[in-house]
Design a protein around this ligand. Structure first.
Ligand code: NAD
Length: 250
């Protein structure tokens, strides 16, 4: 039970990578705050945790709104008395060629995938400093934070920003014993990539992974738990690729 008596917030906890991470943290003893802007799916994750005797609460939050992220963090510390892990994971996709990538589309994706991570770092960093017990902040980037890809301009930009945010925040928060790290998945079977199959893109993309298939949420969640654990105390500011080699070959 690596996370007995620890408190973890997971944004985007109602689906995919976020849900799997919530379940694993709870299985390892953490008190989990499941955050999502979708109340029904977020509450479903809480019910799944309670069904095996774990401890969890749901808090609705749109990560693109700083006040909501601040009240999420306040809710976690008021409910459970501490905050050890903040997993800034919520995200959306946005696909269009650059010349059709409207300002609205750009701002929609960067508001959630980029500003949302900044708000999570800021709110959790302040709370962890105030509580004085240190902690770990983990941010979901993507292999698309390292590689340019057609048709996802805003997503590419936001994920690259997340890689740098983890580095800078790690530097500035180290004096408070707060580690900041990133996780950069390859393609993972979740709702966000469902449309690829209809467009005949799933197989060619799968082939870009060394085993020729998409990853699963469990593989990402396992890495997040490792990064949040004391065994990863030497990892700070890095973004770890969990991509089955996607970014390593062409
Ligand atoms: P998903 O769609 O299954 O889950 C995303 C969750 O985020 C959903 O529950 C959704 O309701 C929530 N969400 C979206 N906008 C929100 C907001 N403004 N506030 C709060 N919650 C919000 O997708 P996923 O694949 O699990 O995505 C999780 C993260 O992983 C995202 O940041 C995504 O960019 C990243 N990622 C995914 C893949 C992949 O192939 N699936 C690859 C690399 C990175």
């Amino acid at each position: 039970m690596r996370f007995d008596n620890k408190v973890a917030i997971i944004t985007g906890g109602g689906s995919g990578i976020g849900r799997e991470t919530c379940l694993k943290f709870a299985q390892e003893g953490a008190k989990v705050v499941v955050a999502d802007y979708n109340e029904a799916t977020g509450q479903e994750t809480v019910d799944m945790i309670k069904a095996f005797g774990g401890e969890a609460s749901f808090k609705r939050a749109d990560v693109g709104d700083f006040e909501q992220v601040e009240s999420l963090v306040n809710f976690a510390s008021a409910t459970y008395g501490r905050l050890d892990v903040m997993f800034n994971n919520a995200g959306i996709g946005a696909t269009a060629p650059l010349l059709q990538h409207s300002p609205e589309m750009y701002h929609k994706v960067t508001r959630i995938n980029q500003d949302g991570v900044y708000y999570g770092i800021l709110a959790a960093g302040r709370k962890m400093q105030e509580l004085g017990h240190g902690g770990t902040i983990i941010n979901t980037a993507s292999v698309m934070g390292f590689l340019a890809s057609s048709n996802i301009f805003g997503y590419n930009v936001a994920k690259a920003a997340v890689v740098m945010m983890s580095q800078v925040a790690a530097l500035e928060l180290a004096p408070y014993h707060i580690r900041v790290v990133g996780v950069a998945p390859g393609f993972v079977h979740t709702n966000i990539v469902k449309g690829l199959k209809d467009r005949g893109m799933e197989d060619p993309i799968a082939q870009k992974h060394m085993h020729g298939e998409f990853l699963n949420s469990e593989q990402i969640a396992d890495t997040v738990l490792f990064l949040a654990s004391d065994a990863a105390s030497g990892i700070n500011g890095s973004t770890i690729k969990v991509d089955d080699g996607y970014a390593s070959f062409k």
